[in-house]
Design a protein around this ligand. Sequence first.
Ligand code: ASP
Length: 419
Amino acid sequence: MNLTVRILIGMAAGVLVGLAVQGFTSDGHWIQAVLIQDVFDAGGKVFIASLRLMVVPLVLVSLVCGSSSLADGASMGRLGGKSIGLYLFTTAVAISLALGLALFISPGEGGSASQAVEYTPRPSPGLKETFLNIFPTNPVRAMADGNMLQIIVFALLLGTALGRSGDAGQRIRSLFEDLNGVLMRLIVMLISLAPFGVFFLMAKLFSEVGWRDIIELGKYFATVVLALIIHASVVYPALLLWLAKTNPLKFYQKMREPMLFAFSTSSSGATLPVTLRTVEKKLGVDNSIASFSVPLGATINMDGTAIMQGVATVFIAQYFHVDLVFTDYLMVILTATMASVGTAAVPGVGLIMLTMVLTQVGLPVEGIALIIGVDRLLDMTRTAVNVAGDATVATIVAHSEKKLDRSVLDDPDAGRANP
Ligand code: ASP
C-alpha cells in the first residue's frame, strides 16, 4: 500500500478515535488523562521531533551542494530575485483575494463588541530586527537556534566559496553531496512512520476540538477556508500553467504527501524535509534551485497565513464597527505581506503576527481573542497552502532557469522509495 494511502488511513482513524473520546468520555476520564494527554500526545511530539531533527542539517548540506554548483554570483542573484519576487507577489495576491472575499461575505457583521474577551498581545518583532536577524555572527549558534535565514546565508556563502576553491573545494563538495544522499535516505526512513504520527496528532486534536466555537464563528471559518481553496485551486494552477507550463493536476498529485504532513503538523518548518525531497525527487526541480527556494519559502512565504490575516482583519473591523478605507486595505496588504516574511514556520504564529497588521490600521488587538478558538483547524489548512505555495514558486523558478526535469515530473513513480 502506498504511503499516502497509509497516511490517510492513519488520519481517518485518528479523527474517529478523537471524536469518539470527545463524545463518549467526560473531562478527567482516564482515557483523556492517560491515553490522549500522555500516550497520544507523546507519540505526536516524537513524530514532529523526528521531522524537525532533519531540518537544520538538511538545509545546510543541501544548500551548500546547490550553491556550490551555481558558483557565479549573477545566477545566484537572479535566482534570489525571482524567488523573493514571486514569494512576495503570491502573498500579496493571497491577501488581496482574502480581503475581497471577506468584504463580499461580511463574516463579522452582526457581532457585538461587548462579547469580546480579554487578549494580551505578545510583541511581534519590528522590521529592522527582522532584517538584521538575517545575518549570522556565529553559524553554530544559528544552527543550534534553528535560525533558518541565517543558516541559508551561511550555506550560500560556504557553497559559493567551495565552488571557487578548486580541488580542495571539489573534495569537500563531494563529501557534502554524499551527505545529502544519506540525509535524503534518512527522510525516507522517518516519513515511513508518518501514518502512526498522523494518527496520534489527529486523535489528540479531535478529542479537543471546540465545535461550538466553529459553529459560532462559522462565517469567518468558511470565508478563510473558501479563500484558501480558491488560492490553491485557481491562483497556483494559473501560475503553474502560465509561468511553468506545468499541469497543475500532476503537481498536486505529487504534492499530496507534503500537504498531508503540513496539514497534520501545522508547521511548514517541520514539513520542510518532506517538501524539499518531493520538490527535487518528484517534481524534478534541480537541487541548485530547490535547496535555495524551498527553505527560503518555508521561512518567508506564507500565503495561507496571509489569507487568514486578511479575513481576520475584515472580521474584526466589522465586529467592532470600525470602517476601514481604501488606504487601510493597502496598508493591510503591505503589512500582512511583511508579517508573512517574519512569521516563524511553526503552529499558531500567524495569529501572533496578526497583532502587527491590526495595530497598523488601528484595530483592537483584543479582536484576536474572538477567533482564537477556531484557529487550530485553520492553522492546519493554511499550512498546507503555505507549503503548496513554496513548491509552486520553486517549480516556476526552475522552469525559468531551465532546471526542471520534465521526465521526473511526468513519471508517476518518481521519488517512490522503500525505507
Ligand atoms: N503554521 C503556519 C506554518 O507553519 C504558520 C502560521 O500561520 O501560524 O506555515
